[in-house]
Design a protein around this ligand. Sequence first.
Ligand code: PBE
Length: 268
Amino acid sequence: AGGGSVGQQVGYKIIGIDPGAGLMKATEKAVGEYELKDWELVEGSSAAMTAALSEAIKNKKPIIVTGWTPHWMFSKFDLKYLEDPKGVYGKEEQIHTIVRKGLKEAHPSAYAFLDNFTWTPSDMEKVMLAISEGKNPEEAAAEWVNNNQELVNKWVQGIKPGNGETITLAYVAWDSEIASTHVVKKVLEEKLNYKVELNQVEAGPMWAGVANGDVDGMVAAWLPTTHADYYEKLGKDVEDLGPNLNGTRIGLVVPSYMDITSIEDLKK
Ligand code: PBE
């Protein structure tokens, strides 16, 4: 389809996201290790990447994007990960909840809930999908919380509500983290009587904000691989509350109609 090599078909471009994402660092490494010499990793944002993907699929054009799971793109479109025989993108990992040191003493109820918070890729995808279909994140989170009272009540069971104190959460505008962070905000406000301020920042400042105590926490740490750099630098200055979600994946993603299966095919 389209004629020529895959590289020629897509102009030797991989459509990336924000430069702070671990996925971008991994992709730079992949470009090196697979010797994709003529290729360019295009920086942008999650929103720009999904817009380019939607547009390409609408026109049945070839495209290569940096992608991850959980993500609504896999329920909306017929997509596949390119095989990664060199294992550059790592194995399955977890999304962790990370809080500032001292949060437990300062806001024990918020801390207890954040420690309990855990859900599944399919939960997260429901919120993501609603947002991708036009709901604003607050609405989508409220609707999910409303529909999942049993699980939500387990998270807050036995926890004494706060007294209207403010909790600050940092997140990056990745579709997955927009979803999770808004759900956590909603639960803290509706069930535990906190006020929640959200700081949307880049990945570096998100980690640094929790490490220096400017923000109380985040639910967006992809470990052990994707955020390995950040964790190595700042892990000792934060408290890791462990995984809130299991079953992630990152890599290069293409529409299923493209006639390639492996990152190695990009060299041809
Ligand atoms: N992501 C989504 C992020 C983590 C969440 C895979 C784009 C990254 O740092 O790459």
